[in-house]
Design a protein around this ligand. Structure first.
Ligand code: GDP
Ligand code: MG
Length: 594
């Protein structure tokens, strides 16, 4: 294809503002999916995406429009997957910035806009969902125009649901988004912006060609690893893979298959060139995503440990952001310490492990990574709280911090500041985006955000606040390890690292929560919270006196059966810790409020 006829763009927005639905209409209007095969959120191809109604992976599709070739990339909106978005941006010259006309600008609207501006993309501001009775297109067109610095009349108005305005939007993409520029007869250079493992075809590598040409049956060279492979298949996605005998030229977006089995051999951010005529310089790649939170994953049935390892290996083929290493817990046995991009990423990995691999797992409460400097100058990176050194030899402890941005109606400023201050936040600044919408920026410890911060923010602002955060280095903090003891024995999986000022309250709350979560046993179970040798809280789970079934007075059989079934159900998620049966919820008790 002549590069002058190509337009590469992505759709970016806050979560739920309608990216995937707009992508659906584009698939339909351009005719690549016929009405009969159409289904909602067509590009959300993973089961878990469809069930949860969220996009996790970016998806690129080639659309024919008005004599042109449009390559459209639908992106995820959630903060955990920002790195997915920033990768997609590098394959594009333009971005549709979509804003829900009933909601207005939210935190990921801003975050994604800044990413797109940094990538030098042409931005097309669009209000979506104008079919909603609650839509306020005029008001939010003004807000959006103020943000971008354009005229309110330049803001397009569409409905991804009804298709209104979508044709005009496609026309604008053709008119406004710059065509890709590259050197056709130079050595080939293509950027890998995604790499996905497919059981049947091996690794499918998604590329954007910058210079030159990639062909079928060509030896290609991965510039960062110097590995060479043969392209067995090369093509475009529209909306299913279609092989292309002509290969891919300047500005084109497509895929290639080389038969490798591991996404690490086809690394996202790497440059693909021709082995016979290699390019000299690599394209600017991406920073590898760094795991932000860690949690222990243990099979409930210790025999499933090898299966868990295999399952993690398989998932990693497809998810380069997932890291793990084996660890042993005195309480839980053999398992893994797993690093995630955030809590949603953690939930999704866990759910996939259980669903796709049939595993039954115990996960421990997530924690961030601490850097501990000892008095003798030695340094430790602590990803598991139970490995936090005890004793007086610690010189300094550093915790990761974030730059957090909260957007909300201005009536909630007071409530938001109260929550942030309660979590050791430092106000960085505040701006009004319009008369009644304010952007508040804080430095907040990451460890304070991962525990129900977002839930509290939502509930204190009646759902109107949105949050975005990015890593912003580390800070020294006064942190201590709080241990939990059952029957006098510390349970390593319950250890947590907490700010000194909150350690006492934390210990008292945890002991209380555990008393409620751990079922009564045949014997008494004392629970203690301690910092070092100092006990700061205690509770007691009394022994069971009567058989539970005695409560049923022997009469009602069906009720008895139900009770037994319920107990069996509950048992599935129990782990023996010493002599005590502990349910899964107890290990993540720290995550819930009250
Ligand atoms: P994404 O997270 O940005 O990809 O958003 P989705 O496309 O998954 O849409 C989120 C929700 O908004 C879904 O329930 C959609 O049905 C709904 N939605 C999307 N676009 C429109 C629209 O134009 N009008 C209306 N009324 N609802 C929409
Ligand atoms: Mg989506």
């Amino acid at each position: 294809t002549d590069p002058a006829l190509i337009r590469n763009f992505c759709i970016i927005a806050h979560i739920d503002h309608g990216k995937s639905t707009l992508a659906d209409r584009m698939l339909q209007i351009t005719g690549v999916v016929d009405d009969r095969s159409m289904r909602a959120q067509y590009l959300d191809r993973m089961d878990i995406e469809r069930e949860r109604g969220i996009t996790i992976k970016s998806q690129a599709v080639r659309l024919p429009w008005d004599g042109h070739v449009l390559n459209m990339i639908d992106t995820p909106g959630h903060v955990d997957f920002t790195y997915e978005v920033s990768r997609s941006l590098q394959a594009c010259e333009g971005a549709i910035l979509l804003v829900d006309a009933a909601q207005g600008i939210e935190a990921q609207t801003l975050a994604n806009l800044y990413l797109a501006m940094n990538a030098d993309l042409h931005i097309i501001p669009v209000l979506n969902k104008i079919d909603l009775p609650a839509a306020q297109p005029e008001k939010f067109a003004e807000e959006l125009a103020g943000l971008i610095g354009c005229d309110p009349s330049d803001v397009l108005k569409v409905s991804g649901k009804t298709g209104e305005g979508v044709r005009e939007l496609l026309d604008h993409v053709v008119q406004e988004v710059p065509a890709p520029v590259g050197v056709a007869d130079a050595a080939a250079r293509a950027l890998i912006f995604d790499s996905v493992y497919d059981t049947y075809r091996g690794v499918v590598t998604y590329v954007r060609v910058v210079d030159g040409h990639l062909s079928k049956r060509e030896r290609i060279l991965m510039m960062s690893t110097a590995a060479t492979h043969e392209t067995l298949e090369i093509g475009v996605i529209s909306p299913e893979p279609k092989t292309s005998d002509l290969g891919l030229g300047v500005g084109e977006v497509g895929y290639l298959i080389t038969g490798v089995k591991d996404v690490r051999q086809s690394r996202v951010g790497d440059t693909v060139t021709s082995s016979a005529k290699p390019a000299q310089e690599m394209l600017a790649g991406y920073e590898h995503p760094k795991p932000m939170v860690f949690s222990g994953l243990y099979p409930i049935d210790g025999d499933e440990y090898p299966e868990l390892r295999e399952a993690l290996d398989k998932l990693q083929l497809n998810d380069a952001a997932l890291v793990y290493e084996p660890e042993t817990s005195a309480a839980l046995g053999f398992g893994f310490r797993v690093g995630f991009l955030g809590l949603l990423h953690m939930e999704i990995v866990r759910e996939r492990l259980e669903r796709e691999f049939g595993l039954s797992l115990i996960s421990t409460a997530p924690n961030v990574v601490y850097r501990v400097v000892m008095e003798d100058g030695k340094e430790l990176t602590v990803t598991n709280p139970s490995e936090f050194p005890t004793g007086g030899k610690i010189a300094q402890v550093f915790e990761p911090v974030t730059k957090s941005t909260i957007l909300a109606p201005s009536e909630f400023i007071g409530a938001i500041m109260e929550i942030c201050q309660g979590r050791r936040g430092q106000l960085l600044g505040m701006d009004y985006l319009s008369e009644d919408r304010v952007e508040i920026r804080y430095t907040l410890p990451l460890g304070e955000i991962i525990f129900d911060f977002f839930d509290q923010l939502k509930s204190r602002t009646r759902g109107y606040a949105s949050l975005d955060y990015e890593p912003a280095g580390e800070q020294e903090a006064d942190l201590v390890k709080v241990d939990i003891l059952l029957q006098g024995e510390p349970v390593d999986a319950f250890s947590a690292i907490v700010h000194k000022d909150k350690a006492y309250t934390y210990g008292v709350d945890m002991a209380k929560k555990l008393r409620e979560l751990i079922p009564r046993q045949q014997f008494e179970v004392p629970i203690q919270a301690a910092i070092g040798a100092r006990v700061i809280a205690r509770e007691n789970i009394r022994a069971i006196r009567k058989d539970v079934l005695a409560k049923c007075y022997g009469g009602d059989i069906s009720r008895k059966r139900k009770l037994l079934e319920k107990q069996k159900e509950g048992k599935k998620r129990m782990k023996m810790v010493g002599r005590v049966e502990v349910p899964q919820e107890a290990f993540v008790a720290a995550l819930s409020t009250e």
